[in-house]
Structure formats: C-alpha cells, structure tokens
Write a protein that binds this ligand. Structure first.
Ligand code: ISJ
Ligand code: GLN
Length: 862
C-alpha cells in the first residue's frame, strides 16, 4: 500500500496491548498507529467528534481486555466503533475481547469455557485460506490463548452452512454501496449471521471469523504472544485482505489526517516521555561529569561477612544499606554513607529531601514527577570513569513499594501506608566485593576523596583481625526470638480468597492473579543491632543471590511538617528473584521466575521436568513473559528501530558484564536446552534470550524467562546522562513487578486490592540501586521482612527490684515485622496446593525469626 496508513488501536486496558502494537509496526512498517482507550473522551482530547475521528482511520484494531463483551464497562467504545465501521466500511480486526464483541454484535452467544485457556498454546484448525493462507505452520496453527469466554463453533455451522469451506468468498467491493442489511443493521441472530467461521479449536470453539460483506475479521487467540509461531503472517494476510478497502478509503481521507497519529507512549498510559536526546544546555555542560576515585585490590582474608559487619558497625544508628549476594551472585555492595547522607523519600504526595534526620526540602508533586526528580539528581552527579567491571560506583540505594507501583498504573491503594512509596540514600562512598576475582573495590564519588579511599583500603587490609569471625550475638538473638509472637495467615480465609480469585478468572476478569498474604512478627528490639542480627540469621537460612539489608532511620522529632511520614524503615531481604537490570549502555534486562520445585539431594530430575513442564507451570511463566514484553515496549516504544547497528549486534551476543548477578548466567546452569529460543527480528526493540527455561539453583529448580530491551537509537551510550535518563524512565512502565500481580496488570491489581484488604508495603516492591554511571539492578522484594518505626512500641514489664522492695518498671521496645508471601492463582491451581505454596515461601522467611542458625553461610566462590 503506498504512503502512510493510519490504524486506530482501541485498548481495553493493558492486556498485552503494546505487544500487539509492536507486531503491527513490525508487519506494517508504513503504518501510523493511534491508541485510544475504551473510555477515552475523544472530543475532549482531540477536539473532534468521535464519529469523525473514527472515520479518519484506514483500519481499526479492537484489542483484548479483561471482562465480558456484554458489559458496557469492559468494552466501552467498542460497540459504537463497530457501528461506525460498519456504516463507513472501515476495515477492522478484533482480537480476543475485540473478537468477542464483533461476534456479539452479529448475534452470537458468548459462553464461558469449561476450562479457561490462560497462557496456553493450542492447535487451531483452519482450511489454510483467507488470512490463514500460506502461514509457516500450515493450515493448523499453534497460537496462544488468554480467554475464559468464547463463542461455540456450532453457532456458525448452524447459521451459515459452514462458510468456512467456501474459501473463495470475498467481501463486496468497497465503496460500491452494496452492503447487505445484515452487515450494517442491528444484529439479526444466528440464522442470518453475517460472520463466517475461518478457524476453530478441538474443543468446539470459534477461533477466527470474517464478515461476509464488510472488511471485518476477528481472532479469539493472541497472535502477538511470544509463543505464537507466525502471528506476523496472520497480520500481513489481514492487511493484504483489507487492502482494496483501505486504498479505496485513502482517497476519501482528507489531507493532513495522519497528523492525528500520536505516539503510543503519550496515549496508552499517560507517562512522561523517556530518554529524550540531551538538550543543548545539557550537552554544553558535559564538563560537569563527575569523577570516581577508586582502588581495587585482592584481600584474601576479607570476606563479604567481614565487610557486612564493618559496614553495619560504621553506620551505627544511621542509615545503613548493603546489597549482598549471599549465594552465587557476583557482587556485594556496601555503602559507607556519612551521617549527613542525602535521603530522598516520597510519601503521601510529598517528596522529602533530608540529610541525616533533618528535612531540608519538602515538595508536593506526583509520583512520576518525584521519580523524574530522582533521575535529574542522578544525572547531575553522572560519572563515567569508575572501574568498568564494577556495576555500582555510587548513587541511590533503596526501595520502591508495591503501592508506588499501584499508583503508577492508577490503582488505588488503601490509605494506611506504613512505608514510603520510595526511599533512597545517595551513596558517595562504597566498597564492592566482586566474587569472581575476589577483588575488593573501594570507591568514592566525592570530590578530592583520595585520602578516604586510601585509608579505607588500608583499614580493610587489617579488617580480618579487627572484625572477628562472626558478628552475630547468638545469645541475645535467641532471647529476641524466644519472645517473638507470630500471627500467621488463616487457612480458611486464604483458601476462600483463592476460590474467589478463581471465580474472577472464570468470569474473564483476569488470566492470573498473584494472591498474597502476610504474617506479622512482633519481636523485642533491645538495641540497634537486633534488626541486623535478624538479617544475618535470615540469610543463613536462605542464601540467595539478592540479599539486602536496608535501614533508613526516621526524621528527628520536630524536623518534619504535617503528617510525619518519614518514620524510618528497615528491610531484611532474602530475595531469589532479579526484577530488572540496567546496563551502562541502556540495555534493560528482565528475568521473571515463575514455577518452583524444591531441590533436595533426593529430587528426581524427571519429576522436576514433569512438574515444571506441565501446562500450569509453563502458562504461569509465559503469561508473565508476555506481560513483561508489554511493560518493556512501554519503555522503548513499539516501533522497530531504524537500523540495527553493529553496536547493538555485539550486545546481543555478549552477556552484560556490569549488572548484579544475572541468574541466567551466574546463578544456575540451564538444564533445558530444548527450550525454544526466540531470535530478535532484525529491528525489534526487544529480544527474548530465554523462554521457559528450567534453571537449577542451590535449593530450588525454577522456570525462568529473560526479556531484553535494547537501547533506542537516541540513547547515547557514551554519555552517562543520556543512559541515566533512559534507564530511570523504565521505572514508570514496569512497576509493580508483573510476577507479583498477574495479568492483565491493572485489573488484576484492582481485584487483588479488593481481596487482600491490605497494603503490601515493601513486599512485592523492588530493592536495588541506581548508579551514577547509568547502571542499576533491582530485585523483586519477596522473601523479605520489613518494619516501620511508626509501628514500634514499648511495653512496660514489671520486674522485682533487686534493691529494696520496690518494683522496678522495665521498658521493652518492640518492633513489628511484616512478611508477605503468595503465589500465582490460575484456574488450574489446586486450592490446598496454593495454600501450601504460600506457607512454604512464608516459612522460609519465618525460620529467620524462629531458629538461630549458628554456622556461617556456605560461601562458594565461583
Ligand atoms: C515466584 C513465584 O511467585 C511469586 C512469588 C511470591 C512470593 O514469593 O511471595 C508471591 C507471588 C508470586 O506470584 C512462583 O510462583 O514461583
Ligand atoms: N484476552 C482477552 O481479550 C480476554 C477476553 C475475555 N475477558 C475473556 O476472558 O474471554
């Protein structure tokens, strides 16, 4: 088709929409795609009447979505658009919910599937004609389904004598004015249905239809899924089929219409646009790029345990952060923050900047603006001359809560929030332990800080002698744990919620729901060390690649204005899961884990394959892989990059050296070589280095996928500020972590918020760092305990006085720790099995609050 054509994509809320848009761009390079939501107020946004707006497009795609086509709330504009398209002969493709709406419009009944199909591939039968002609699979194609509802095949067989066999049927020619009443009038019922069946599945459901007169097609399945072999072939066929209509229409389209084509990022979800090229002022200020002073040495006698204890001791009661690789991860990062280190925090709509306990700035702004402010401050301290093999030179270390993620996707959290949306400390001085070479890097991004670096290196050389073997006070920890009070989730309450999740899944409102619950542990906190001792104990029970200890003390009383939200947070994390890593060239990697089998000396590997290869486990992982593709396309855009440079080619082949442990390389060998690997189509912004691969870890086998977003052409890898702007922008699109929500994200989070009736806090958020060189790495905050100073309390304990006869009143300070756990509920979940899975994960953390583990964690250098 000559020239540019414009396609309207109507999004029914974040159901892998960007994956479809990317597929459309890939197949139709000359197309401009405009995205609106089912509830977009078109006249207000575009200044023209909806009818005129719709009529301007060459083709329309009605997307997938949660809910039921019979509910106006779920489909919004779909019905109206179908009417206008029928009237004006605008070519249209309905996908899943869009397909169901199309079928409903022409009188077909919607039914629930006996067993919904969520994240499962299925074989689809066709005659290999029409849009199924010449596909790479042949006439029977393997496609991915995400639906609970469907239209029975028999509807079409009864209604039109199996049109599917008459492959030569062609629609009436466009513009001839001969459309049948059935095509433009109200639905006429099965007997005179205008739709013809093109494909069906083995369970008796319609999988694809076309209109006999109008240029309307519909697909029940998801051609854009990473598991669809030739979704592109289908889309190209559809485009070829509609060409006579679009070219006829093009001549009617008034000039200048493509001006209404808007960028996806500004429309699909309103977020600030990311990583724009640097302004002239910024380019001129290149000279301001900071310096890293660093020194690297091998100090055989010093272990991460020594560094951890030293880091904690020097922090005293002040801010303390360490990101440790307790098992096979490569790097451990220890911050040596000074007492007046800058802390930036966002809570209740306000961004607070403080040094130590004293607030120096407080501004009201949105979370998006607050994240941009963090990025701006990172950019203002950008450096490019640290040690290349060290992933963190300096920068922010901290966390974002689950509720921060909810805010970014417009889901309301409950008002009672015990932790800020985010807290970060700006780390200028740090020590990084590289486990591969057992090198220690001492570094500072402060001006003229050579003396500190030299001095610290010197101190580390004698650290072993001064630090002792193990800093944990077993006796005092035992006393703390002896009086811990645990309130664990209730079995009946949780299993009831699992069933309610399944009801939502059967109704078509979600494809997967990551339900979670929480235990609270009330423990004495006799001194500043007790939280750190608990952390040590926790990671002895759970040696993992993403251990972290973070302590943000609260503000000093009186230093803060209304609503004292800066009340200190402590986090003990033993997360096994990487969320997202940022490379210093702007590459983003996400490695979701879903599906776990415990590994014991007696585990039978065939059994592992049987369980992790089952449709349930595979589906859980694939759904998240598709969800993450959707999230990452938000960051890098859905359009193919103009050219694939040599530089991009080379990063496709090499592992990125400077991220924190990457499970796919460092933390466990892949034992599934049969897994399909998906090559990146030449210019697609995303590639999929691993899909549903079984990895072996110390204590578990896990199903892992890996999605990579390549840096867009405007990112200048030689300028850390350009990379920082791009990498930071990713946070706007990927939170909350898809492995903790289910899909589609927004509706799933709304359902979970209703069911869980609590805020998750740090749990289900992310923990990590944002480096001044542009890098970064985040874990998913699971297997994590957190506490807020706001919930600390004291109890009076009466004790018999030793002096005289009077009773002494002893005061005991206590802390409340929150420990979340959960699992992905699907229609295939066994209710008791889900309860066991959740409790199993929770108990891994609770062990750290129950029994003192005295032996040192096994440290295995590579
Ligand atoms: C990582 C998985 O699931 C996630 C892990 C959770 C946890 O550890 O608390 C909770 C919900 C999940 O969806 C898994 O199922 O393997
Ligand atoms: N993927 C979709 O569009 C799903 C459509 C509908 N909610 C269903 O579950 O059948």
């Amino acid at each position: 088709m000559p020239g540019t054509s414009s396609i309207l994509f109507v999004d029914a809320y974040d159901s892998f929409a960007r994956n479809i848009i990317a597929l459309l761009y890939n197949c139709l390079p000359s197309a401009d795609i405009v995205i609106i939501q089912i509830d977009t107020d078109v006249p207000r946004l575009y200044g023209i009447e909806i009818h005129e707006f719709i009529s301007r497009f060459d083709a329309i795609v009605l997307g997938p979505g949660p809910g039921d086509p019979r509910n106006q709330f779920d489909v919004g504009l779909f019905e109206y658009i179908l009417d206008v398209s029928a009237e004006s002969h605008i070519p249209l493709l309905g996908i899943c919910l869009g397909f169901q709406s199309l079928c409903l419009r022409y009188g077909h009944g919607i039914t629930r599937l006996p067993v919904p199909c969520h994240g499962q591939t299925k074989d689809i039968r066709s005659y290999g004609t029409d849009i199924f002609a010449g596909l790479r699979d042949g006439p029977d194609v393997r496609m991915m389904g995400y639906n609970s509802l469907g239209i029975q095949r028999s509807e079409f067989l009864l209604s039109d004598g199996d049109h599917s066999q008459s492959s030569t049927a062609t629609p009436s020619s466009p513009g001839s004015g001969t459309s049948s009443p059935a095509s433009t009038g109200p639905p006429l019922g099965n007997k005179t249905s205008a739709l013809q069946l093109l494909a069906w599945d083995d369970d008796g459901f319609a999988m694809a239809v076309r209109h006999s007169m109008l240029p309307f097609w519909g697909l029940q399945f998801h051609p854009e899924s990473c598991m669809c072999y030739d979704g592109a072939g289908l889309i190209k066929n559809w485009w070829a089929q509609i060409e006579p209509f679009t070219s006829a229409r093009m001549s009617r389209v008034p000039p200048g219409v493509s001006a209404c084509a808007l960028d996806l990022r500004s429309q699909l979800i309103k977020k600030p646009s990311s990583g724009s090229p640097l302004s002239v002022e910024e380019l001129n200020s290149r000279v301001s790029i900071g310096r890293v002073t660093w020194s690297m040495s091998k100090i055989k006698s010093v272990t991460p345990q020594h560094l951890s204890k030293y880091c904690h001791t020097l922090a005293g009661k002040g801010v303390c952060t360490m990101l440790e690789s307790a098992a096979k991860g490569r790097y451990c990062i220890y911050a040596f923050s000074e007492a007046n280190a800058e802390i930036i925090e966002y809570a209740q709509g306000q961004l607070t900047s403080r040094r130590g306990g004293v607030v120096y700035n407080l501004e009201t702004m949105s979370l998006q603006e607050a994240l941009n402010e963090v990025a701006a401050r990172t950019k203002s301290r950008a450096c490019n001359d640290g040690c290349p093999t060290i992933p963190f030179w300096g920068g922010w270390v901290g966390f974002c809560s689950y509720e921060a993620g909810l805010e970014l996707i417009n889901v309301r959290a409950s008002d009672h929030q015990v932790v800020p949306d985010f807290s970060f400390v700006f780390v200028e001085r740090s020590v990084v332990f590289d486990q591969h070479g057992r090198n220690i890097c001492v570094q500072s991004i402060k001006n003229d800080d050579e003396a500190w670096v030299t001095n610290m290196m010197h101190k580390l050389k004698v650290l072993e002698r001064t630090a002792g073997r193990d800093g944990m006070k077993h006796q005092s920890l035992r006393e703390v744990l002896d009086s811990a009070k645990v309130s664990a989730p209730d079995h009946d309450d949780y299993t009831d919620k699992i069933r309610r999740c399944q009801e939502e899944l059967h109704a078509g409102n979600s494809y997967e729901l990551c339900l979670t619950s929480e235990a609270r542990i009330d423990v004495p906190a006799p001194n500043a060390n007790s939280s750190y001792d608990l952390y040590q104990n926790l990671i002895k029970h759970n040696p993992v690649p993403f251990a972290a200890y973070l302590h943000f003390p609260g503000t000093k009383p009186g230093s803060y204005q209304s609503g004292s939200t800066a009340s200190g947070t402590t986090i003990l994390s033993s997360s096994p899961e990487q969320f997202l890593s940022w490379s210093r060239d702007g590459t983003l990697d996400m490695i979701p884990m879903k599906g776990t089998v415990q590994r014991t000396p007696t585990t039978d590997i065939d059994e592992v394959y049987r369980i992790l290869g089952s449709p349930k486990e595979a589906a859980e992982n694939l759904m998240i892989a598709d969800l993450i593709r959707h999230d990452l396309y938000g960051v890098v855009g859905c359009r193919p990059y103009p050219v694939v440079s040599e530089h991009e080619r080379s990063i496709d082949q090499q592992p990125v050296a400077h991220t924190l442990p990457r499970q796919e390389d460092d933390s466990g060998p892949s034992i599934d070589n049969s897994t399909q690997k998906y090559e990146r189509p030449a210019q697609d912004p995303l590639s999929i280095p691993a899909l549903n691969t079984i990895k072996q870890f110390d204590t578990v086998y896990q199903l892992v996928s890996h999605i990579r977003a390549h840096p867009p052409p405007h990112v200048d890898a030689s300028d850390p500020r350009s990379v920082i702007a791009h990498n930071h922008s990713s946070l706007h699109y990927v939170l909350p972590p898809g492995s903790m929500t289910g899909a589609p994200k927004k509706r799933s989070c709304e359902i979970l918020q209703q069911l869980e009736q609590r805020n998750r806090g740090v749990y289900s958020g992310i923990i990590g760092y944002m480096d001044v060189g542009g890098g970064g790495c985040w874990s998913v905050a699971i297997r994590t305990a957190f506490s807020s100073e706001a919930e600390d309390y004291v109890v009076e304990k009466s004790a018999k006085g030793e002096v005289g006869d009077e009773d002494l009143v002893e005061v005991e300070k206590r802390k409340i720790w929150h420990v979340g756990a959960g699992g992905a509920v699907t229609v295939l979940s066994d209710v008791e099995g889900e309860w066991e899975e959740m409790m199993g994960k929770m108990n891994n953390v609770l062990k750290g609050f129950r029994e003192v583990k005295e032996d040192m964690p096994a440290w295995r250098p590579e």
